[in-house]
Design a protein around this ligand. Structure first.
Ligand SMILES: Cc1cc2nc3c(=O)[nH]c(=O)nc-3n(C[C@H](O)[C@H](O)[C@H](O)COP(=O)(O)O)c2cc1C
Length: 189
């Protein structure tokens, strides 16, 4: 699909995950506004089964300490401790499903949470920022849960690293060959 005059389509087509991020990241007021918008993503039962723990500034080093403690070897610990410094802002994605909901099973709630995060990444992109969702074994580490305050009935889904794309990083995307993934059962064309 070629670029169009449709800003939503353009935003979707030009968003790329950004492995290297630098200042600036959105400030508190801008982030709150964007999350409020992202929270309109489809959500069966409007349960909003998520929360975010934003980590920025020197607190990133404290998160790094927790990641380092959770690592298995001194070398991995050293590398893990530096990971939060790869972006000015980290949004810890905490999924908090409503248990045994009569109408909305947990997989649907997980879909709502991931829909919100995807929408947020698009909104960030359309406002000149960039992001990448990162996971890893540390999302289950007790040390990391303790630092972030993740409860037993919650699930840490990783971090949306947020900032501004480094200018030298390419962000092109080749068109994806998705038509074969659509099967039509139709009487029309
Ligand atoms: C749930 C989820 C977890 C991800 N975890 C990682 C990760 O741990 N490390 C990483 O480099 N990228 C991670 N990504 C980003 C993907 O690698 C990235 O979206 C993919 O390479 C496609 O690139 P694009 O977003 O630019 O299209 C994750 C994405 C999602 C949706």
């Amino acid at each position: 699909m070629t670029r169009s005059a449709n800003p939503v389509l353009d935003s979707v087509l030009t968003r790329r995950s950004a492995p290297r991020l630098t200042e600036p990241a959105p400030g508190r007021a801008d982030l709150e506004r964007l999350v409020q918008a992202a929270a309109t993503a489809p959500d069966h039962g409007r349960l909003r089964p998520w929360r975010l723990v934003a980590v920025s500034g020197d607190e990133r080093a404290r998160l790094g300490d927790a990641l380092g403690e959770a690592a298995e070897t001194p070398e991995r610990s050293r590398r893990a401790a530096g990971k939060p410094l790869r972006a000015p802002l980290l949004l810890s994605i905490v999924h908090r499903p409503v248990p045994d909901h009569p109408k909305v099973p947990e997989w649907e709630q997980l879909a709502a949470t991931t829909g919100m995060v995807t929408t947020l990444s698009l909104l960030l992109h359309s406002h000149g920022f960039a992001s990448i969702w990162r996971t890893g074994a540390a999302i289950q580490a007790p040390q990391v849960h303790k630092y972030l305050g993740v409860d037993d009935d919650e699930q840490l889904l990783g971090w949306l690293y947020v900032g501004t794309r480094c200018a030298s990083d390419a962000a092109d995307r080749r068109p994806l060959d998705t038509p074969p993934r659509i099967t039509w059962h139709t009487t029309g064309n």
